[in-house]
Each structure stands twice: as structure tokens, then as C-alpha cells.
Design a protein around this ligand. Sequence first.
Ligand code: XUL
Ligand code: CO
Length: 439
Amino acid sequence: MSEIFAGIPQIKYEGASSTNPYAFKYYDPEKVVMGKKMKEHLPFAMAWWHNMCADGVDMFGRGTADKRFGAEKTGTMEHAKAKVDAAIEFMTKLGIEYYCFHDVDLVPESDDINETNARLDEITDYILEKTKGTNIKCLWGTANMFGNPRFMNGAGSTNDVDVYCFAAAQVKKAIELTVKLGGRGYVFWGGREGYETLLNTQVKFEQENIANLMRMARDYGRSIGFTGTFLIEPKPKEPMKHQYDFDAATAIGFLKEYGLDKDFKMNIEANHATLAGHTFQHELRISRINGMLGSIDANQGDVMLGWDTDCFPSNVYDTTLAMYEVLKNGGLDGGFNFDSKNRRPSNTYEDMFHAFILGMDSFAYGLIKAAALIEDGRIEGFVKEKYASFESELGQKIRKGEATLEELAARAAELKGVKAPLSGRQEYLEGILNNIILS
Ligand code: XUL
Ligand code: CO
């Protein structure tokens, strides 16, 4: 097989003082942080759709990047195989062991689902053959239930029972492929599961149907030996005006309502968090404290723009606070999928490597600093002190849910007045964070 990314070397760790554009400055896979190798803390994944498929096309212009990878024609099985060859070479050069895919990222979709499924069987055989003897495997799979016009009114939330059957068929096939490729997770991102106007929408009807689709997916997955984690990837809007899986708290409530919370966790994407008006860390924290932080779509939004820009992560404050949540979670069932794309004018093969080096280094730096934050202990120490009054006998009674309003009111009457509680010390804590991140 001829080299596709010719002239680009194996990317190695050279340290922070290196000026080599094809070297990691912080990501040192073998370095041990808090008792675990960096590569074990950070199971990085390549998103097939952005990296192997998207060519920079947007609402205003055609593609700018050549993603043919040597194939004569796009939209063919020859091209599908060229993408597999390119993916394996790309991931090997970066030392990335995982990939994520939608069914239609792998092969061109036919009008006949039987033909699409035959193509999917062929391409996954090819992937297995080509990854044999490598460490490359699937992180998670999913079905694209938003691109085809049949899903214009939703997939699980559609008004049309035949469209619902097609959604079910795609989910069934995508779970089978995920199992075949050894995936750790299966994702539901509900891009069309929402509404444009309540004038034509029965919300409860739609949510019940989505829950039933997820229940069928869980039961089928478990029946064919899928032991991994089912994941919901929350996002508040885009493409729909309102999407049902608005944020982690909403999606967790939905899973609990429909009895799916034992099999499903959250796949938190940084840019989706900011679209919901939350920080990335907020979404990770809400998932973590509910025991449902499963995986991460690693990217970042642009603060000046109100849509999903899927930029590669560069903000080390965000990656540090994200890695703090991941360390506190004891790691992830899943990993760190770069659901990120090059900017449209960054259109060369070299740019694809620069983008991943940036993202991987940003998370590696975040990991190092999050570990330092925990080892330093000042911030956690302050938080403990902030709530210390609840360690009293009365505080413990309240915590256990054993107190009554009458006895608390009696205590207030006895005290007559109370002083303002301890300062929140935000600026002091931000100073510590700066100190750790910048040193
Ligand atoms: C869309 C998005 C998706 C999911 C998988 O915003 O993030 O690519 O990650 O369907
Ligand atoms: Co995503």
C-alpha cells in the first residue's frame, strides 16, 4: 500500500522546548501521571466524519480539502477503502488507537438499505483485515439518523411509522457493526430529535417513542453480546431549534424517567455544553455526580459564535478543569473522541496532523495540571472548609434527611441572628488555578 501522508513522520514526544511541528510537546504516552500512563488516561479517538469525510464544504461554498486519498471517484467503495487506508496510516503516525464512526461515514448510502448493509459488511471486513496486528479499534459507533431526508421530522421522534422502522434498522445494524469492530460504546446523538414549533408537535408522544427505540437498542445490543456503554450525547439546538437532549441534566432525567439509567451514560461534547449556556466542566460535573460520565467528544466552541464550530481544543484552562472531572471520575468507560474539524482554510494533510497534535497536547497538558491541582490540595481543602459547618451534629442530621423544620426554626430562634457565611474566595482560588496552570 503506498503512503498517503507522504513526508509526514511518526509523531513522537519531544518536550515543551521542541519547535518541531511534527512532535508532541506535552503528550508523552508512556509518562506516568497519578499511577497510570498518559495513554491509558487519554484513550484518544479519531472521528471518521470530520477527518476522513468532511472536506470543508459549508452553506456558502464548496469543499477546500481533498479527501479522496488517492481514489479515482468519491462516493464509491474504492473511495471507502481509501479512507480506511488513510485512517489507519493517520492514526498509526499519531499513535491514536481508537476511531468513532456513523454508518454512512464508512460507505456511500444506497436507496436500498439492503445494499447499504452489504456495503457496511464489506467495509467492516476490510477494516478488520487492515487493523489486524495493530492496536487500532473502535471507541464507539452510531447511526446517522439526521442526514437523510426521511429523518426531517425526526428519527425516534418521527411522525411516520415506516421512518421509525428505518431508524430502528439503522440502529440495529450500527450496533452489530460496533460489536464486530470491538467498540466500547454506542452513541445516540439526537440531531433531529426535537422540534421547530410546538404548533405541530406532540412532545410526550415523541419522547416516549425515542425511549422505546433506546430500550429496543439496549435489549438487542445485550442480546448479541454488546457489553459496552450506551451513551446519549446532549446538545440543545442545531440542527433543530430545540433538541430534547438539551443538556446532561435533561438527558439524565429522561433516562431515569424511562428506566434506561443503568445502561446509558453521557457522552459530553465541549461545544454542545457551551451552546447550552454551560461550561464544559459543568456538563462533566453533572454527569459525574450522577454516576453517568461515560465518554467525551473533545473539541471547543468559538466564544464569538453561536453555533457548533467543532474547533480542535486549545484552551488549556478548559482541558485542565475537564481532566479534573475525569480524574475524579476514575477515568471513562469511553475515551476522548476528537469531534473536531480543521478550519476551512486549513486544508492540507499537514493541517490534519497539526490539529491532532494541538488537541492531544492540550489534553495532555490538562491532565498534568489537573493532577497537580489535586496533589496541591489547596482548592479541594478550601471547598471542604467551606462546608465544614455541616459536620456538626445538627449538620449531619440535615444531611441524612432526619431534621424537621420545627427543630431548625427553634435553633434559629435561639441564635436570634446569624452572620454572613465564610467568603467564597473566588479570586484567591482563581489565582491558585493560574499559578498551577502557568507554572
Ligand atoms: C453533532 C455531533 C455528532 C455526534 C455523533 O453535533 O456532535 O457528530 O457526535 O452523531
Ligand atoms: Co459529537
